[in-house]
Design a protein around this ligand. Sequence first.
Ligand SMILES: [Zn+2]
Length: 410
Amino acid sequence: MGTSWWLWALVAVCTGDQFRDEAERIMRGTPVIDGHNDLPWRLLTMFNNQLQSERANLTILANTHTNIPKLRAGFVGGQFWSAYTPCDTQNKDAVKRTLEQIDVIQRMCQMYPETFVCVTNSAGIRQAFQEGRVASLVGVEGGHSIDSSLGVLRTLYRLGMRYLTLTHSCNTPWADNWLVDTGEDKAESQGLSRFGQSVVKEMNRLGVIIDLAHVSVATMKDALRLSTAPVIFSHSSAYSLCQHRRNVPDDVLRLVNQTGSLVMVNFYNDYVSCRPEATLSQVADHLDHIKKVAGAGAVGFGGDFDGVSRLPVGLEDVSKYPDLVAELLRRRWTETEVRGALANNLLRVFEAVEQVSDHTQSPEEEPIPADQLQASCRTMYGYSEAPSLHRQPGALLASLTTVLLGLGLL
Ligand SMILES: [Zn+2]
């Protein structure tokens, strides 16, 4: 009896190792491209973005989910680094802070060229895979970072932004966020406003991936309907497994399937199990569910490392991706499905976004209406009274009449 238990344990251990070995073999050819990592935010809050400070050394950085040895152990080959600035910067210094976070990502690439290479297209990611470096891309998290300006959107594109999350956890003047669905925020645009639609069109024209993590369901549906390219959820999980409004409901997952889009699963315990505790196996349940409803081509990883306080047992930092891949293999995912979730699905979406982009098309030019711009401490150059009077000769006539009447001339 004792012997048979030993044998059983031995078989279990050997099988476990076999899947782990298989995961590593696959990841040597196809490393993971993760959709969302908040290390740049940690660099701001811990070191005020001073990368040369001794404690900021990324080869020995402690107390973070991400550092260079952990990225290597996790077979991370591509990362959308989050250029994030919180909602309390909206209508204040959001644009400046976004520029500073893009700058710290680019300085990270400069300072550790043997590990990181900043790239801006899918060919660059493939090249980085060949070189064994981490393809580093900029994802701007939160539409407030463009301050309701198409000019800022275009300039951020030129600085390397390749996805923009349409909102963070606050409405912008042109798109509603997920808190509208919990009732904590009021719906303002009922999805995307007219200007919001023009932001989406301009992102298509430029070749910026539309990211729908953090937005309301109405915004998800508007963007999925309007975008001529597939979209991503850079760090969201499945609503039907954990009823948190940051997650993606099944009817939207079906739209993801129809549009060739992608959901990169978030590992944050509160979105995985809806509880403070979660496990690696529960994350695999989300991957399984999205595969079942939206197809194997719709699955990716968006760990949200260094942006969250609680992570599942077994997925404590970025070194653990191979353990998650081993779990998928244990669940009989095929090698093609696994390579899709690791990198190929994101590459497919990115290439489609690149194909749709057309810089010969005329840019979107119509500014957001002045009365939709919020906050009083902004100048209003360009929104002069004169043009609106030109457009309203009746109004001009009426005010002239008032003046002339006042003078007793009529
Ligand atoms: Zn987020």
